[in-house]
Write a protein that binds this ligand. Structure first.
Ligand SMILES: NC(=O)c1ccc[n+]([C@@H]2O[C@H](COP(=O)([O-])OP(=O)(O)OC[C@H]3O[C@@H](n4cnc5c(N)ncnc54)[C@H](O)[C@@H]3O)[C@@H](O)[C@H]2O)c1
Length: 317
């Protein structure tokens, strides 16, 4: 199968996960926003990533020969940047998804797994959010992901392309190196340097953090589960509500960093509440998260500590 955005944070974890489980996999990425750590991990397992833009229809058609599934993770993902440069997001994420859908349909790909986002819901009217909650994105990024879903819904009925839309909540894990990604990575990175976390807003905003390895597992299940319909949207979160202030306390406790958070003004495009109802993932995919937040944050802390203070090599190693 082909994984788009395979040099990025989530795409690379998926590529690696599937490769280690014996799937025949190939990645594509422009490398414009690649995660250097994740690219290293891919090299270690001999996973191949072609350099190219997903908006190149001919290239995609060629790469798709002989594959029956696509995992589409390529996108620009910076909410704040999308507020400043909305057209850039429409041009990349929406057109990119349209090209992936068209190439998949003409190459007779059977199933497409699309990494969508909780950002499509916007500010929820009730939490936890179920998949039939109204979609009212608050940022051009959220809009671009929603329009991607609409394109796939259309291709499912028009060309029979099976689509599983995974609406990811806040994903965290090893190798999320870019500054725009995840609050957990940012808090952990700062804690390992004994710097205080910066909280935008009052810290009472709610998030649902899901580990990237659990996401990779959900993708694998999406590839092999029989679907109730040709187009299915599924929330991938944990259903556990964590406030940003609580997260800051958890990171401080696990890292031992004696720091007080710095409060800054809220960011445009950020929602106040984000929490998944994951009943559908449990029912359709037989999936539920296996890595709890404490365990995931502790692992991230160990990883950052090794990066900041590399372990001395033993003699003879
Ligand atoms: N990180 C999260 O918390 C989160 C939450 C919800 C949804 N998602 C979705 O998951 C997917 C992956 O996100 P991520 O966090 O790994 O982001 P990321 O920026 O780490 O990875 C995205 C990758 O896509 C590549 N890319 C972008 N446009 C491209 C193009 N036109 N052609 C080829 N490659 C291109 C980038 O170079 C990058 O390597 C995205 O679709 C995002 O919308 C992420």
């Amino acid at each position: 199968m082909l994984v788009t955005g395979a040099a990025g944070f989530i795409g690379s974890h998926i590529l690696r996960y599937l490769k280690l489980r014996g799937y025949r996999v190939l990645g594509i990425d422009s490398f414009e926003r690649a995660s250097p750590e994740c690219v290293e991990e891919l090299k270690a397992v001999n996973a191949k990533v072609i350099k190219g833009d997903i908006r190149d229809l001919d290239l995609l058609r060629k790469l798709l020969r002989g594959f029956n599934a696509v995992i589409h993770a390529a996108a620009y993902v910076d909410v704040a940047e999308s507020v400043r440069e909305p057209i850039k997001y429409i041009a990349n994420n929406v057109i990119g998804t349209a090209v992936v859908a068209e190439a998949s349909a003409t190459a007779r790909v059977k199933r497409l797994i699309y990494l969508s986002s909780a950002a499509i819901y916007g500010e929820p009217v009730k939490i936890p959010v179920t998949e039939d909650h109204p979609a009212r994105p608050k940022s051009p990024y959220g809009l671009s992901k929603l329009l991607g879903e609409e394109i796939l819904k259309f291709y499912s009925s028009w060309k029979g392309l099976e689509s599983v839309v995974l609406r990811l909540f806040n994903v965290y894990g090893l190798g999320q190196s870019r500054p725009y990604t995840g609050v957990i990575t940012e808090f952990v990175r700062r804690a390992t340097r004994c710097e205080p976390p910066i909280i935008f807003g009052d810290g009472n905003q709610i998030r649902d953090f899901v580990n990237v390895v659990d996401v990779a597992r959900a993708v694998e299940l999406s590839l092999r589960t029989e679907l109730p319909a040709r187009f299915v949207a599924i929330n991938i979160g944990t259903g556990r509500a964590v406030s940003i202030a609580e997260l800051a306390r958890l990171v401080a406790e696990l890292s031992g960093a004696r720091v007080q958070p710095i409060y800054s003004s809220p960011r445009e495009g950020d929602v106040r509440y984000s929490l998944a109802d994951i009943s559908r993932a449990k029912k359709v995919l037989k999936w539920e998260p296996m890595i709890d937040l404490e365990e995931g944050v502790a692992e991230l802390l160990r990883w950052f500590n090794r990066k900041v203070r590399p372990q001395p090599r033993g003699r003879g190693s």
